[in-house]
Design a protein around this ligand. Structure first.
Ligand code: FES
Length: 278
């Protein structure tokens, strides 16, 4: 066949090559339609490629690529499985007159067991690190929340914080009128036992602001008539207990009232100033 092609004129050679192309395409189509579903098309395509190589090339056979003398005609045939050039199913033949180029299909190597094991290990390591990071983040959030919960939320001089009311010598006498500290919401008094007290300004009944009644030398609530002694003990009325107080500390002679620490007044029934109705 190669000798015959060499004897032909360029026009005749082109015609013969065109005929061969038509035959090859017909054979390829036929092989493709006869190929069972899912079977690699390389099985069907291989004969076609081999046919091209055998009929069009007088040149010696090469494993990957055969090139023989050039001529003006150039053609290309491609066959693939399911329209893709994967799975070793593609074969391509390029005919350039007397020249033929055959490309072998790409070979896809399967992963070795070692490679699969290595990838699996990488996934496990990633999950381990991810869990560790999530746990660390959770602990960090818990620590930050605890810190802010424990951190003092009030500054000195603000209600809820500490009030420095001066030296111990400046405390009111036990028979003196209570001194109001409106910002701290307390009355500063001294009991007959010379104990300083910071009485919370809110009534223990329903939360009204009681007043100092100088004529009776006691506290009286305008809302429901509860009455408390000068040092905060329950006298009478619907209040369930004596007045609440704030913690007082004396350091180096300085008196400090901590409005963040409230001491609940004792029950009305235990008050030494309670007036029992006749
Ligand atoms: Fe003070 Fe009721 S709120 S007596």
């Amino acid at each position: 066949m190669a000798d015959k092609l060499a004897d032909l004129s360029p026009e005749e050679r082109a015609q013969r090559v065109a005929e061969m192309k038509a035959k090859m395409q017909s054979a390829a189509k036929k092989a493709k339609t006869e190929t069972p579903e899912g079977e690699p098309a390389a099985v069907a395509a291989a004969p076609a490629a081999a046919s091209v190589k055998a009929s069009a090339a007088p040149a010696p056979v090469a494993a990957e690529k055969d090139v023989v003398v050039a001529a003006p005609v150039r053609e290309e045939v491609k066959t693939a499985t399911n329209g893709h050039a994967g799975n070793g199913a593609a074969a391509s033949a390029e005919v350039a007159g007397a020249a033929t180029v055959v490309y072998s299909a790409p070979v896809i190597e399967e992963e070795s067991p070692e490679e699969k094991a290595r990838k699996e290990m990488n996934r496990r390591e990633f999950l381990t690190y991810a869990w560790g990071a999530a746990l660390g983040l959770l602990l960090l959030e818990g620590g930050v929340a605890t810190f802010f919960f424990m951190y003092p939320r009030f500054r000195a001089g603000e209600f809820g914080g500490v009030f420095f009311v001066g030296p111990e010598s400046s405390l009111p006498a036990s028979d003196a009128v209570p001194v109001p500290y409106t910002d701290g919401k307390f009355w500063l008094v001294t009991t007959e036992a010379q104990e300083p007290r910071a009485l919370y300004m809110v009534c223990t009944h329903l939360g009204c602001l009681y007043k100092w009644a100088p004529s009776n030398f006691r506290f009286e609530c305008p809302c429901h008539g509860s009455k408390f002694s000068h040092d905060g003990y329950y006298i009478e009325g619907p209040a369930p207990r004596s007045l609440d107080m704030f913690e007082i500390t004396i350091e180096n002679g300085e008196v400090a009232v901590n409005t963040g620490r409230r001491i609940v007044g004792e029950p009305a029934a235990d008050s030494p100033a309670r007036v029992v109705p006749a």
